[in-house]
Ligand binder design. Structure first.
Ligand SMILES: [Ca+2]
Length: 243
């Protein structure tokens, strides 16, 4: 049976590495995040999309930020600018499919875990019907989330908010950036002459774990142990010498 002072020690040690959530948000105006909100937003040093998107179709890539076809039709749509790309209308391939890329960099002494991603997406007739997420944690070797069956109706399609379930390699190392790729694929038709894929109102919910140097951790545990032993002695005295 775990004695009371041992239980106190475990709780204190666990508390030294607790994580707290933050939501990183882009409204499509700039590559850098629009806001970082949460209990420990200071744990994020930066969160930035890459400009331009990689592996676009045609001879000239679309710039990251566009002001056409503003987002609408879902709760809290920001409208205005969005992120755009000329996605290749072809089956998914990590080597050739078009993707947006975002780099999350923790503040010193933190590690990042991705908890969820939501984003609004809009595809024209040649645009992606499938979105797939990968991360640098495993060098983009396994998908961490997928949404299929996106609508690509006509020249003026609707925006849709999506949130693929996540699994797999989602936690980065301490003091190490994580790069996420948002692939768009499985469109059909000829290569587009203008942007056929737009995303907006992107939110990454993350847990920020404050990593503690080993020496500091063991110092904290030693100090906690002494406090626990003192408390145990006092408790025994009050209980008439029993424990
Ligand atoms: Ca917007």
């Amino acid at each position: 049976m775990i004695r009371k002072w041992q239980f106190i020690l475990v709780i204190m040690a666990a508390g030294a590495c607790s994580g707290r959530a933050a939501v990183i948000y882009w409204n499509g105006n700039t590559a850098a995040s629009t806001s970082v909100l949460g209990m420990d937003a200071a744990g994020i040093a930066s969160a930035v999309f890459t400009d331009p998107a990689v592996n676009q179709s045609g001879s000239s890539a679309a710039t990251l930020v566009g002001d056409s076809s503003s987002s609408s039709g879902y709760a809290n749509a920001s409208g205005g600018d969005n992120f755009e790309a000329k996605a290749k209308p072809a089956a998914f391939s990590t080597g050739t499919s078009t993707y947006f890329q975002v780099t999350l960099t923790p503040a010193a002494g933190y590690a990042i875990t991705l908890d969820s991603v939501t984003l609004a997406s809009r595809s024209t007739s040649t645009g992606p019907t499938k979105i797939t997420l990968y991360s640098s944690v495993d060098d983009y070797s396994a998908a961490i989330g997928t949404v299929s069956g996106l609508t690509t109706t006509g020249s003026n399609p609707s925006w849709a908010m999506i949130g693929p379930p996540l699994s797999g390699s989602l936690t980065g190392a301490s003091d190490t950036s994580i790069i996420f790729r948002i692939y768009g694929s499985d469109g059909s038709g000829n290569n587009p002459s203008s942007a056929n894929w737009r995303i907006d109102d992107i939110s990454f919910t993350v847990t920020l774990v404050e990593t503690v140097p080993e020496s500091a951790m063991w110092g904290a545990i030693s100090g906690t142990g002494l406090l626990a032993l003192c408390g145990r002695r006092f408790w025994r005295q009050c209980a008439g010498g029993k424990n």
